[in-house]
Design a protein around this ligand. Structure first.
Ligand SMILES: *Cc1c(COP(=O)(O)O)cnc(C)c1O
Length: 372
């Protein structure tokens, strides 16, 4: 096999992949309408259920061709019944994206906004549900990738259920990294794209959710043609295929990535991401950077780092210096503070982080940036 230059991506996805996943895309040309390809997708859909411990008789996975945001669009436009509302528990940029989807489709919604530096207040969620019996869907992302805050989805899901609502969680930046059990975690619908926790390529996204609710949604208002959950599900059930052209090569890569996921194992993979995170936290501290989120509420997958006060600091220059040496750092997503992000996704280990901080120190010396 040819060697491919290895880059360490510290951005929040797409993540560093293994060479075997990269090479899995190089296959003989195939028409995705062949039975052989439908068979591959069947196995893939059932493996995705296993990643989140979803029982096959109650849950299904529905694939879409698009980046992760397509899942947010699909779930919101498809799962709100006529005359009902969706409650978005919003403490950051990715939950705000869900609010924007509601606005675009003119779907009645409540935007329960809270500080981006904190987890949502469960009492406020409960109060809002008590005051609004017409809420049919509660939505909250598991991990606010913009800050690194991990949200208490099991508790939010329980509140949704005790008020007769379903719970949809955007798990794009945790699925395959932080163990998730959809039944125990009270999640009716979750989602991700292949390029993040599964360490495959971009272009394939999927929603995992309760079959009975998808079937009931047949009678809900249809607000999109391409992105309707029931239509895509029904087509899969009838034919085993995606309604429209699938991202063929990405599907091959994802199948290989899932093999590697199960070989590494849920617990070992979680521990590896944790090691990487701890190496990031250690390095940040040693160099003298400040961070913005309390580690107690962090996912362990993203660290938001404050720009240093030194006038010599330039994110762009430091980024380019690191990029030229094989390391990618990423801008922040907090409107009130200037930050950049270091993420623990992908096929990397703590050694890569140690190597990164050597380069980061060189960059600081090179541009004469003082942190302490
Ligand atoms: C990455 C991500 C998405 C999807 O972003 P795309 O750019 O559309 O792939 C959605 N939600 C969260 C929480 C994410 O981290």
């Amino acid at each position: 096999m040819e060697t491919i230059k290895r880059n360490v991506l510290l951005n929040p996805g797409p993540a560093t992949t293994t060479d075997t996943v990269k090479m899995a895309q190089v296959v003989p040309d195939i028409c995705p309408r062949e039975k052989e390809f439908a068979g591959l997708m069947k196995g893939l859909r059932s493996d995705l259920l296993k990643v989140v411990h979803a029982p096959e008789d109650e849950y299904t996975s529905v694939l879409f061709c698009g980046s992760g945001t397509i899942n947010i669009d699909v779930c919101i436009n498809s799962l709100v019944p006529e005359g009902k509302k969706i409650l978005v528990v919003n403490n950051g940029a990715y939950n705000t994206r869900a609010v924007e989807v509601c606005q675009m489709y003119h779907i009645p919604h409540i935007n329960l906004k809270s500080s981006v530096y904190e987890q949502p207040d469960l009492k406020a969620v409960e109060q809002t549900l008590n005051d609004n019996p017409d809420v049919a869907v509660v939505y909250c992302c598991h991990h606010e990738t913009g800050t690194g805050v991990l949200n208490p989805i099991r508790e939010i899901g329980a509140l949704a259920h005790s008020h007769g609502a379903i719970f949809v969680s955007d798990t794009t930046s945790t699925l395959g990294m932080i163990p998730l059990d959809v039944v125990k975690d009270n999640v009716d619908f979750c989602m991700a794209s292949a390029q993040k926790g599964l360490m495959a390529m971009s272009g394939l996204s999927f929603v995992i959710g309760r079959k009975a609710i998808i079937e009931a949604s047949k009678n809900y208002p249809t607000r999109s043609y391409y992105c309707n959950l029931y239509l895509q599900y029904e087509y899969f059930e009838k034919t085993g295929e995606m309604h429209f052209t699938p991202p063929v090569q990405t599907i091959y890569a994802t199948i290989q990535a899932l093999k590697e996921y199960f070989a590494e194992g849920e617990t070992a993979k979680f521990a590896r991401h944790r090691r990487v995170y701890e190496a990031i936290r250690r390095g940040v501290k040693e160099l003298g950077f400040e961070t913005v989120i309390d580690p107690k509420i962090e996912s362990g997958l993203v660290v938001s780092v404050k720009y240093p006060d030194d006038p010599n600091w330039s994110f762009e220059k430091v980024h380019d210096y690191c990029y030229d040496r094989g390391f990618t750092i990423y801008p922040g997503k907090i409107s009130t503070t200037n930050t950049f992000r270091l993420c623990a996704l992908g096929a990397i280990d703590s050694k890569d982080i140690d190597d990164f901080f050597v380069v980061m120190q060189q960059a600081l010396d090179h541009f004469e940036i003082k942190l302490k």
